[in-house]
Design a protein around this ligand. Structure first.
Ligand SMILES: [Zn+2]
Length: 280
């Protein structure tokens, strides 16, 4: 996200440039897709989608829950933190501390229950800003508990992904989460409680390779990058140029990897309709 600041060099009244600049800073930003300068308030009113080209900017987990729940929700396992299972040096613990401070979250996932169009649901949303939404033991445990709550209460589950994949700093323990969550989702499937996976920009690695692609419905926001390995790695491996739009939602829908691409403004209504179809 590129911030746009109006700069006026050579102030005559002697006010430092930095002070003059501060007033307009953050009010405008440039769309990553169409390059238009957008008033930030217009973006806020449009669910963080460009009013000119509908480019979907990334939003945080808290905003996502606010968008999907009717009003208010009960949060679960909010204080669960990583204990640095591999006993790495301080680097990982420092990274966690920085991420906690920046996001006000204990790890890369919010787990909550509430109502969506009056229907009780469990919704989990990943936080990209927390170490790239990486999945370690905490994300795995919180998701598994959410699945178990969905089984217990027989209320549908929605997981909104935004992740670079497994968390390197937790090594094989992060990879174990793929199997753990997938096994829990199998039990959810056996109880015939629906699970809807919402893939947002970006969803990749171990998250794509497990729960993000295991929904009864897998739906994505427009233009989201979704894949397992990055395009450069694939090109080097298969020694071929990849087609235009490869690993974007629309391409994946066309090739049968997704069930639907749904605009952010229509996401809640779409999920609501889907749950009515599955549950009533
Ligand atoms: Zn735009």
């Amino acid at each position: 996200m590129a911030w746009f600041a109006r700069e006026k060099p050579g102030m005559e009244d002697g006010t430092p440039d930095a002070e003059k600049r501060i007033r307009t800073e953050g009010l405008w930003l440039k769309c990553e897709s169409c390059g238009q300068i957008i008033w930030k308030k217009a973006l806020d009113e449009n669910l963080q989608c460009c009013p000119k080209c509908e480019f979907h900017f990334r939003i945080d987990a808290r905003a996502r829950l606010g968008m999907l729940f009717d009003a208010g929700y009960e949060e679960f396992d909010a204080g669960m933190t990583s204990c640095d299972p591999l006993r790495l040096d301080d680097a990982y613990r420092d990274k966690l501390a920085i991420a906690r401070e920046a996001t006000h979250l204990s790890d890369a996932l919010l787990s909550a229950s509430g109502a969506l169009d009056g229907r009780p649901v469990h919704i989990c949303a990943m936080e990209w800003k927390f170490m790239g939404g990486s999945m370690g033991a905490v994300v795995g445990e919180k998701l598994t508990r959410a699945v178990e709550r969905a089984i217990e209460t027989r209320a549908p589950l929605v997981i909104v992904s935004a992740s670079g994949g497994a968390r390197m700093q937790e090594g094989t323990i992060s990879l174990m989460q793929l199997a753990k969550i997938s096994a829990a989702l199998m039990r959810l499937d056996e109880t015939r409680v629906p699970y809807i996976s919402v893939l947002t920009d970006p969803t990749s690695g171990g998250v794509t390779a497990s729960f993000a692609m295991l929904g009864d419905l897998n739906i994505a926001e427009p233009g989201a990058l979704i894949g397992f390995a990055g395009p450069r790695v694939i090109e080097q491996t298969i020694r071929q140029k990849l087609p235009e739009g490869f690993q974007r939602s629309e391409f994946l829908l066309e090739h049968g990897f997704l069930d639907a691409v749904v605009k952010r403004s229509e996401m809640k209504a779409y999920i609501s309709r889907t749950l009515r179809f599955f549950c009533d």
